[in-house]
Write a protein that binds this ligand. Sequence first.
Ligand code: ATR
Length: 279
Amino acid sequence: MNSETKVICLIGHPIKQSFSPVIHNYLFGKYNLNNIYVCFDVKENLDDTVKSIKNLGILGCNITIPYKVDIIDKIDLVDEYAKLIGSINTIKNEDGILKGYNTDGIGFLKSIKDSGYNICDKRVLVIGAGGASRSICIELAKNNIGYLKIVNRTKKNAQSIYEIIKNNFDIDVEYTDKIIDDKTLEDIDVIINTTSLGMENDLSPIDKKAIPKSNTLLCDIVYKPQNTELIKWAKSNNLEIIYGIDMLINQAFEAFYIWTGIYPSNEDFKFIKEIYNKY
Ligand code: ATR
């Protein structure tokens, strides 16, 4: 570090458990960039925080819970899809103009594409209707899936995503709060869990006795633990699996690209995944 080192930061609360500094500081070193990634635990005063990004010449930020939605109205420009999603997780400071993006859904879809799976025309079941679901559903629609079903405990949250998709894309979409059973799964090609069920607990959004169609792709955005109850269910049914850690790394790579113009390599991906597994 020297007097020219530029700061990229994470803004959120709490942020103690974040893996982002590990990813980005490794990449800054690898690509010889005079940048450092630090975490700011912001408990209040988001307005002052945004002013500080400009005043201190901070090059870029990731935004996490609880500010992904609230910060949208406080920055200068917002990417078209981030506007539709209604939240941002990345900011780039371009000569004092703060522009916001959302890389969650793009990172998720990259994980699917990298696995060699073609999502085009597929029938997709998305479980959950929070922020992550919103960005994933919009990205799925952008990528021309054939059908989308959103299942969520609170029906009105699923309905609000349904309306965004219905009003902006030409996709066959439905929503429900009904329990997922064999009948729900019989014509589904891809299942995506976007709820927190399984995160450091042994809960699953799908009953372990439920039978999926063979060749179903199962994606769980929960990355801690890696082998959630849902992943165990998928393994016992011989399903193809995409893990939450893949999306986490890919959304970080998309943000890194926005800040630096460099897209990290497959080797970087493998190396970071290895670090994560020992973390
Ligand atoms: P994120 O930004 O990570 O998506 P979120 O916006 O809090 O987080 O959304 C969490 C999702 O997990 C929601 O769909 C939530 O369901 P509700 O809309 O009914 O709140 C879902 N979820 C969380 N805990 C759940 C539980 N115990 N059972 C079922 N769904 C749950």
